[in-house]
Design a protein around this ligand. Sequence first.
Ligand SMILES: NC(=O)c1ccc[n+]([C@@H]2O[C@H](COP(=O)([O-])OP(=O)(O)OC[C@H]3O[C@@H](n4cnc5c(N)ncnc54)[C@H](OP(=O)(O)O)[C@@H]3O)[C@@H](O)[C@H]2O)c1
Length: 277
Amino acid sequence: MILVTGATGNIGRALLKELHAHGAGPLRGLTRDAGRAVFPEGVEAVEGDFAETSSLKPALEGVRSLFLVSRLGSDADILEAARQAGVEHVVLVSSITVQTHPHLAPAAENLAVEQLLQASGMAWTILRPTQFASNALMWAAAVRGHETVHAPYAGTALPTVHPADIAAVARVALTEPGHRGRTYALTGPEPVTARQQVEAISAALGREVPFAEISREQAHAQMAAVFGPEAADAVLDVTGGDVNDELLRVRDTMSQVTGAAARPFRQWASENAAAFR
Ligand SMILES: NC(=O)c1ccc[n+]([C@@H]2O[C@H](COP(=O)([O-])OP(=O)(O)OC[C@H]3O[C@@H](n4cnc5c(N)ncnc54)[C@H](OP(=O)(O)O)[C@@H]3O)[C@@H](O)[C@H]2O)c1
C-alpha cells in the first residue's frame, strides 16, 4: 500500500494520477475532508489531520511506502507513527532552500525534518524542489477580475518547477529500485521571470494580462499580513532579494530519474488556464 499525503494538493493530485496510470498500488490518499477529495477510480480516500497525529493511524495501516509533505504538524510524531505502522520507505518533500539558503528559518525547518527521517530507521528519498509553477495561482483572483498582476523582482529568472514533474520523480522513487538514500534537487527546464510567467498566462488565456512590478517593501506589506514578517522576508529573499547561483541553476534531475523532459512554465500555464478565466 502506498499512502500519498497532501493528496489534494498540487503534487499529491498529480502523484495519485501518475501512480494510478502506472498501475502502482494499492493506493490511498490522505485528506482532512474525504467528501471533497476527487481521486482516480480505485484510490481510497482516507481522512487524517497532521495536527492530530493519532488521527493518522487508520491512514497508515498496512502502508509500506509513504509520500510525505511536512511541516503541517509534529513531523517527529508523524514519522514515529509511520515507523510503528510498518512503513518501510518515505519519500519526503523538502525544499531546495535547504542547500541554497540554509540560514533562513523555513530551510532550517526542512533540514530538521530531513534529519529526523534519515535517523528514523526507515528508508528515505528526499525531494528538494525549487519554487513551484503553481505559486502563480496567487495571481488567479486578480487575473479573473481583469486587474493588474503585481510582483516584486520582475526581472529575476528562476527555474520554476511544474508540480507534475515533482510527482513524476516521486512516483519513480516510490515504485522503482535505486532511489533509497538519495536526495534530489528539482527544477524546471529553464529560468523564467515573473513577467514572463504573466506573459505565458496571457498566451494561455488569449488576452493580455496587465503586469506591474512592485517594490520589496510593497510586497512585504502584502505578504506579512498573510504569513507574518519573517516568512515574508524569507519568500522575498528566495524569489529575488537574495538569490545565488545554486538557486538559479537549471538541473536535469527530472530526465535523469524519469527519462522524460521537465515541463516548462508555459505548459503549466496552458494546463491551468481555467483557474485564471
Ligand atoms: N510552493 C512552493 O514553491 C514549494 C517549494 C518547495 C517545497 N514546497 C512544499 O511542497 C509541499 C506540497 O505542496 P503542494 O503545493 O503540493 O501542496 P498544496 O497544493 O499547498 O496543498 C496542501 C496539501 O496539504 C494538505 N494539508 C494541509 N494541512 C493539512 C493537515 N493539517 N493535515 C493533513 N493534510 C494537510 C492538504 O490536504 P486537505 O486540505 O485535503 O486536507 C493539501 O493536500 C508543501 O509541504 C510545501 O511546503 C513548496
